[in-house]
Structures are given as C-alpha cells and as structure tokens.
Write a protein that binds this ligand. Structure first.
Ligand code: AMP
Length: 399
C-alpha cells in the first residue's frame, strides 16, 4: 500500500516523498490504522522494519500545534537511538508546525530546559534524563496523548523497569500507549499488561532467524594473526562502510590504535567516550565521513546506518541476541550485506551453538574448523548437529 492512499495531510506526504518513502513497509501498514484509531498497541517488530515512521506519522497528526505542551512522549534505551528517532520525526514533520525534541544524558541541561520552556510537542527521551526533569519539575505530562516505549525489551534488560514504571505513572490521565519490542519474553508481557489497556497485538517477526539479506562469513585464526587478516579482508572487499564490533571498550581502544595506521577514515565509539564525542562520531558515521567504525555494543542495537555494507565481529559476541543485533546493522531495507566473524579456538563450542540456534548457513573464509580438514574459500558448509554449549557469556565487559 502507498502512503498517498492513506489520506494523510499533504505537508506530511510531501516530506515522505522527499525522504523516498512511497510504499509502506509491513509494520507501517499494520500499525498505522491501529495507532490512528487511538488503540493501545503491543508490537513485535525490530529496527529496520520502518517502525519509527510507523509511529511518527500518526503521532505527528495527533499533535495540536496550537497547544504549547508535550503531547507525544517516546522513551528509548540509548542516546544514539534518541537522536535517530528524533531525526526521523524532524524529517517527517518538517513542513508542519509540530516541534519534536530529544533529551538524553550528557547533553547540556540549560539548552534542554530553555527549549522545553519555549515549547515542545513531541519529546523523545532516555529514561535517566527524563527522570531528572520529572523530579526537578521541568516537565509536565498533563497533555500527553500518546506514549511510546521503543525497544521495550532493552528498556527492561538494562534495569530500567522501575524508572519506566515511575515515568508512566506520571501520566495521570487516559492516554494511548504503544509498545515496540524485538522479543516478547515474560517480563515484557508483564510490563505490557501493566501499561497497556486492551491493546491490539501485531507480530512482524515470524521466526527469529538471520535475515536472508545477510551472508554470514566466518574466519578462523590464531589471535596473533587476526589483525593482519582483518586489514587484508577490508582491503580486498568492496566496503562502503563497515562496523567492527569488539566485546569490550578496551578492545576497541586497542584495535583502534593498531589499525588507524592502515586506514584513513577510521573512528571508534564506546560508552567510555564523552557524550559530545559519541554524538559527533555517530553523526560522522551516518554522514559517511567515517568509513571504518570500531564499536562496542553501544552501536549494536537498533541503530540504522543505511550504508553499512559489512559488519565484522572481532570476536564472537557474548550473549544470545547480540549476534543478531550486530549483524542486523547491515543488509537493511532490501540491500545485501556481509557479516564476518573472527573465531579463535576457544570460541568453537559457542560458535556451534550460535549457528544452530540462529539457523545460519555459514561461509568460511579459509579453513573451516568445524569440519574435519578444511573447505575451499567461501564454500557453504553443512549444518552440524546441535551440541549444548558449556561456556557461554560468563563475564561481561564494559560496552
Ligand atoms: P526503522 O526501523 O524505523 O529504524 O527504519 C529503518 C530504515 O527504513 C530507515 O533508514 C528508514 O529511513 C527506512 N524506511 C522506513 N520506512 C520506509 C519506507 N516506507 N520506505 C523506504 N524506507 C523506509
């Protein structure tokens, strides 16, 4: 279905045309009528599905620009997602009088407060900063018509639950609530039950398997050989942009200092950087000023970098969902992407579990350590039977 068939106001439609949005994505088609009709919504959908616009388009239409008050509230788990979300709303609402704004940790509070006093219609926020302003009385939710919890599974995972419950309890009157989550474990269901009133449900993830737009490559090395292999790979590939994930921030720092001599436009991002630096690196990467970005998992989830042709895992990611989140930064919106994961000997049993659990058809660059002997370069390997893993995710390093 096309946006032009929805009867949405021309000032929004024109912006959508400028953005190149003509056909609705499945999540947009499913969510639009539910949100427009004012129902609560519990949606199982991932970043990359077009869920930001799915919410933003009807949300902008619900705002009365004459009323100088926050009418839409969006809560997201990370600062980068906050910037990404508000940027999308800004683009869609550009030709309207609706004012979106984002508040997140690390940004100048005086600027935030001045802007909030001047007037904001749609507020996108991370929980910490939102709480700060709620406690200090800077914010009023008196006119909030619609609240959105984005990446709800992540909002819970990092221990935000009490904060979210408190924030939601500050909206005292009847309002619409939309909850988006990539997974629906029991605790999300409980949250959904507490926050939502007679919600409609949509599920756009039928099976949690790796998207077909991504080819999954693996390469097996001694730790000392990895860096030379990475440099060689990046030089040989037609890389538009690459995200190289490390499991901890000190590994990002280490790899950055050793490969910066090999590549000119290389940057790095992790939670140890100041917010100014993080935002600046994030924007530079989005605007293609950085081609090779080394990252901890702050960049792994939810972020939409549409030019990323390659994702590299410097080590096998720890934890169940991380591989999917990281590799999902490429192969977006119908484009093809490549994921390459470096494997060392001690990661083999975790790798077997990953391949089985995520139903990955691996391609091996060089030797396939899961087979007896090795396979020729880039050939698909046979699936191996599942073997329970014994050593997964014991120690979590700082992202
Ligand atoms: P999201 O899931 O909201 O992060 O969106 C993922 C990507 O899809 C973003 O780069 C959007 O700009 C893009 N996008 C969203 N909706 C559409 C659409 N209807 N047509 C084309 N691209 C879209």
């Amino acid at each position: 279905m096309k946006f032009s068939e929805l009867g949405i106001p021309s000032d929004i439609l024109k912006s959508l045309e400028t953005m190149g949005y003509e056909d609705m994505t499945p999540v947009q088609e499913a969510a639009y009528p539910i949100i427009s009709d004012g129902h609560d919504l519990c949606a199982l959908a991932e970043t990359g599905s077009g869920k930001t616009a799915a919410c933003a388009i009807p949300l902008i239409q619900k705002v009365d620009p004459e009323l100088n008050a926050i009418q839409g509230l969006v809560i997201v788990p990370t600062r980068e997602l906050c910037i990404q979300y508000v940027t999308e709303i800004q683009k869609i609402s550009k030709k309207t009088n609706v004012i979106p704004f984002a508040v997140y940790g690390g940004f100048d509070k005086d600027i935030d407060i001045a802007k909030l006093k001047h007037g904001v219609h749609i507020l996108v926020a991370t929980p910490g900063r939102l709480l700060d302003y709620l406690y200090s009385g800077v914010l009023s939710f008196k006119h909030v018509k619609c609240a959105i919890l984005d990446e709800a599974d992540e909002l819970l995972k990092v221990g935000f639950l009490e904060d979210i419950e408190f924030i939601m309890s500050c909206i005292l009157h009847e309002h619409q609530t939309l909850l988006f989550s990539a997974t629906m474990p029991e605790d999300i269901k409980t949250l959904a039950h507490d926050c939502l009133r007679d919600p409609k449900h949509i599920s756009l993830i039928t099976e949690r398997k790796a998207p077909e737009s991504i080819d999954h490559y693996f390469t097996y090395h001694h730790p000392k050989e990895k860096q030379a292999a990475l440099v060689k790979y990046l030089n040989e590939e037609d890389v538009k942009q690459v995200l190289i994930f490390c499991n901890a921030r000190h590994m990002v720092d280490k790899l950055f200092s050793s490969i910066r001599k090999d590549f000119e436009d290389v940057g790095y991002i992790h939670a140890g950087l100041s917010q100014d630096k993080r935002s600046s690196v994030f924007r530079q990467f989005k605007n293609m000023k950085i081609r090779y970005l080394l990252a901890s998992d702050v960049a792994g989830r939810g972020l939409d970098f549409s030019h990323v042709s390659h994702v590299v895992n410097w080590s096998l990611p720890r934890g169940k969902e991380l591989y999917t989140h990281r590799t999902g930064r490429t192969g977006r919106m119908g484009k093809k992407g490549k994921a390459l994961t470096f494997i060392t000997r001690h990661e083999l049993s975790d790798l077997r579990e990953l391949i089985n659990r995520n139903k990955i058809s691996p391609y091996w660059l060089g030797k396939d350590p899961l087979q007896k002997g090795s396979t020729p370069q880039g050939r698909k390997t046979r699936k191996r039977p599942f073997r329970p893993n014994r050593g997964m995710g014991k120690k979590v390093a700082k992202p």
